[in-house]
Design a protein around this ligand. Structure first.
Ligand SMILES: Nc1ncnc2c1ncn2[C@@H]1O[C@H](COP(=O)(O)OP(=O)(O)OP(=O)(O)O)[C@@H](O)[C@H]1O
Ligand SMILES: [Mg+2]
Length: 350
């Protein structure tokens, strides 16, 4: 349609990775414009949004009673629709400096988890439409991640991608532009933070904040033995005295704390391989497994997966941006986008 092409010329199509931990927005011809935590700070008295993204994340655990810092997504899906919608609108408005004009409503490609219900799918779609999208395309996140890694997903080749995010770890084998076998588990970065909080509580009677736990994980967390001892300060409140206390922990202790989650992720990778047709397993054996998402940065995780599966493991370049870069690639390849996107759950809004 000529009209459609005309609209297309004025609009800046966007790709969105609406993650549990981070939201990224890719704008056609411009690249990644937004990369911020999926957090919104709200004044509960007035309902007003006080901060979004980086500013809001700084407030977690530090707000007075009338302000709450909310993560509107959990386990990879929208748990608070209204806040998600506001967050999306805030980010998209930021991209489009003052929102969409009537002639500049964009196409929006959004990554969604494999393990999502129709209702949850519709919620994502609705949030994007009400944030001003002209047309919404939903793409399975592992598919977007694999495309972001430039894996040959269109060929008759087994591609295995493991995306370890904040809320979910998604394991998928892709061939001929489709997901053949997959598993999605709710054990990922945030669960690892909880493992550390739990460890501090049971070993040291120390109550840790979520942000402190995450910092320790990123600094010294690992899945395999390290070349040298790594140490970090663990600051929290002593549950016995009620006073602040600091303990030095090392990589071995944190590895111990994380081991259960790591084991579950690895077991699920193995279980996915077990249900994958042998021809594809042979391809994966030869070509390796690609890991992406923030969790792929955990020290030694590649090695641990490789040891357990006897398959080479590669960490994606810039693993935190693979999904959004995949959506960006799809904006430039609309034919491929139309082949792989999920069928819409609702009528388009225009
Ligand atoms: N260097 C690191 N080592 C270990 N974990 C890390 C590192 N850097 C980031 N992470 C973790 O990665 C997670 C965020 O990853 P990512 O942005 O891929 O998740 P997401 O896409 O928002 O979540 P999901 O895909 O589950 O919806 C966080 O839990 C963060 O703590
Ligand atoms: Mg993700």
């Amino acid at each position: 349609m000529i009209f459609d092409r005309l609209l297309g010329r004025f609009s800046k199509d966007v790709g969105i990775d609406l993650g549990t931990a981070n939201t990224l927005v890719y704008v056609k011809d411009r690249g990644i414009i937004i990369n911020e935590p999926s957090v919104v700070a709200i004044n509960q008295k007035t309902g007003q949004i006080i901060a979004v993204g980086n500013e809001a994340k700084k407030m977690i655990g530090k707000t007075p009673t009338h302000i709450v810092a909310v993560k509107p997504l959990s386990d990879g899906v929208i748990s608070d629709f209204e806040v998600t919608e506001k967050m999306l609108k805030y980010f998209i408005d930021k991209v489009h400096e003052g929102g969409f004009s009537l002639f500049a409503r964009p196409r929006v490609v959004i990554g969604i988890p494999l393990d999502i219900t129709e209702v949850e799918k519709k919620a994502v779609e609705d949030a994007a439409y009400s944030a001003g999208a002209r047309k919404v395309y939903l793409v399975e996140e592992p598919m977007a991640a694999a495309i972001g890694c430039r894996l040959p997903i269109q060929e008759a080749i087994g591609n295995m991608i493991v995306d370890i995010g904040g809320g979910t770890s998604e394991i998928a084998v892709i061939s001929l532009s489709g997901v053949v076998t997959w598993k999605s588990i709710k054990i990922a970065g945030e669960e690892m933070n909880k493992n550390i909080i739990q460890y501090a509580r049971s070993k040291f009677n120390l109550l840790l904040g979520e942000k402190v736990a995450e910092e320790i994980k990123i600094k010294i967390g690992s899945a395999t033995e390290q070349q040298q001892v790594l140490e970090a300060q663990m600051r929290g409140r002593d549950l016995v005295t009620g006073l602040p206390r600091e303990i030095i922990v090392n990589d071995e202790q944190i590895r111990d704390a994380l081991s259960k989650s790591i084991r579950i992720i690895i077991d699920n990778i193995k279980a996915t391989l077990e249900i994958t047709p042998p021809e594809l397993v042979a391809d994966i054996f030869e070509r390796g497994i690609t890991i992406s998402g923030g969790g792929a940065l955990l020290k030694g995780l590649d090695k641990a997966i490789s040891r357990a599966t006897q398959i080479p493991v590669y960490i994606a370049d810039d693993p935190l941006t693979t999904v959004v870069r995949g959506t960006g690639y799809l904006l430039d390849n609309l034919e491929l986008l139309k082949t792989i996107c999920c069928p819409p759950t609702s009528e388009e809004s225009s």
